[in-house]
Design a protein around this ligand. Structure first.
Ligand code: FES
Ligand SMILES: [Fe+2]
Length: 401
């Protein structure tokens, strides 16, 4: 294969034998097309209800690359998702990551918006005799729905319900929401990281059991020293039939390494008995919600939210935070290795474009049909990656048509 010039059609970027073209990760044109196809229509995760408990509570985040405010109305308690862009000359009106406010006041020239979005005040407004204020509220995303406490929004006024969109993945989201005796909360806020590479690398790495024994070798060595024998993770990944990866449909996927119903995770890797990817950019790993924010073809921000247990003791929740820091923190045993190898070095490697194809076929021959149209594979197979790219190809092709 030779390198491509211009923008090939999405169908040409993934072959039938599951080779992926490198431009999927590097092309600004493909990144722009993704913003239309993946982030401007399908449901996008924006918040968990525990972040918006009181009327007036808000958080700022991104829907695709677009900055948004997710806010519970001070007057009516309704959750709205508003574009964080002043209608005057474009400044983001809210800078704080979270808080409580009845109004948002733009820092540039002082225009003021109610927290439901309506334009409330224009400073020195005698200069605007003709302006129709009713048309100049913060732009609101037309659909917002919650599922098991997880709030999603869509730029599309019509389309499948959130429940339909989640499909087989809904069951797993419910289990996440029931982790604590009285549910969960994201009150610790987020731990952020940024890397020089494409956003999809972090999605793929979320359920990539193949890499664990290589990238996290130093972690496994420390663990072996502590427990006096090799930890069973890689043995389970390669041989345990109960450890399996599943294409749940609609781009969602899961790696089960315990019983999702009982929550038994065999003492492995954190609290949840599975890792989960909700297409396109929401993931769950161990005791953590991971929101992946695309910034450019070669730039990504990731926000990691430790999932705390409502109804458990402060000491138990502190232990969740310490465990998070121990693996994912800047001085932790694992997260930095993923950033270095799975993101930064892949970003560098992909600049060599003479033979610009990657191999995504691991375990393709042993995929099995599961319940409700799912596809099941072994733990170290690239089933989750193919689940993601089946949906990616479908949406990108629809957009290109
Ligand atoms: S840009 Fe917001 S008031 Fe001018
Ligand atoms: Fe990793």
């Amino acid at each position: 294969m030779t390198t491509t010039t211009g923008t090939p059609s999405p169908a040409d970027l993934i072959t039938d034998d599951w080779r992926l073209h490198g431009s999927i990760y590097t092309s600004p044109a493909i990144f722009a097309a993704e913003q239309e196809a993946l982030f401007h229509g399908p449901w996008l995760y924006v918040a968990h209800e525990s972040e918006l408990r009181e009327d007036g509570d808000y958080k700022t985040t991104y829907a695709g690359t677009q900055p948004v405010i997710v806010v519970r109305g001070a007057d009516d308690g309704e959750i709205r998702v508003l574009l964080n862009r002043c209608r005057h000359r474009g400044s983001a009106v809210c800078h704080d990551e979270r808080g409580n406010a009845n109004y948002f006041r733009c820092p540039y020239h002082g225009w003021t918006y109610k927290n439901s979005g309506e334009l409330r005040g224009i400073t020195y407004d005698d200069a605007y005799p003709e302006l129709d204020r009713d048309q100049l509220g913060l732009v609101r995303l037309p659909r917002v729905e919650s599922f098991a406490g997880f709030v999603f929004a869509s730029f599309a006024a019509a389309g499948p319900s959130l429940e339909e969109y989640l499909g087989n993945a809904g069951r797993y989201l419910r289990i996440v929401s029931e982790q604590g005796p009285d549910g969960i909360r994201l009150s610790a806020g987020s731990h952020k990281l940024a890397y020089r590479g494409n956003w999809k690398l972090q999605v793929e790495n979320t359920i990539d059991n193949y890499h664990f024994g290589f990238v996290h070798r130093s972690f496994l060595d420390v663990l072996a020293d502590r427990i006096g024998e090799a930890p069973p993770i890689m043995q389970n990944v390669l041989k345990n039939p109960e450890w399996r990866t599943i294409d749940l449909g609609n781009g969602h996927s899961v790696h089960e390494f315990g019983d999702p119903e009982t929550g038994n995770n065999q003492g492995q890797l954190g609290d949840l008995p599975f890792n989960l990817i909700i297409f396109p950019n929401l993931c769950f790993v161990g005791a953590q919600l991971r929101h992946i924010l695309p910034k450019a073809a070669d730039a990504t921000e990731v926000r990691l939210y430790p999932i705390l247990h409502e109804g458990d003791s402060d000491a138990d929740n502190a232990a969740i935070l310490r465990a998070h820091e121990g693996f994912y923190g800047p001085a932790g045993m694992g997260g930095a290795d993923d950033i270095e190898v799975a993101f930064d070095r892949v970003g560098d490697g992909l600049k060599a474009v003479e033979e610009d194809w990657l191999v995504m076929s691991r375990g393709l021959h042993r995929e099995q049909p599961g319940e409700n149209g799912t596809v099941v594979g072994r733990a170290s197979d690239e089933v989750p990656q193919r689940a993601f790219y089946r949906q990616w190809r479908r949406l990108m092709a629809e957009e290109a048509a």
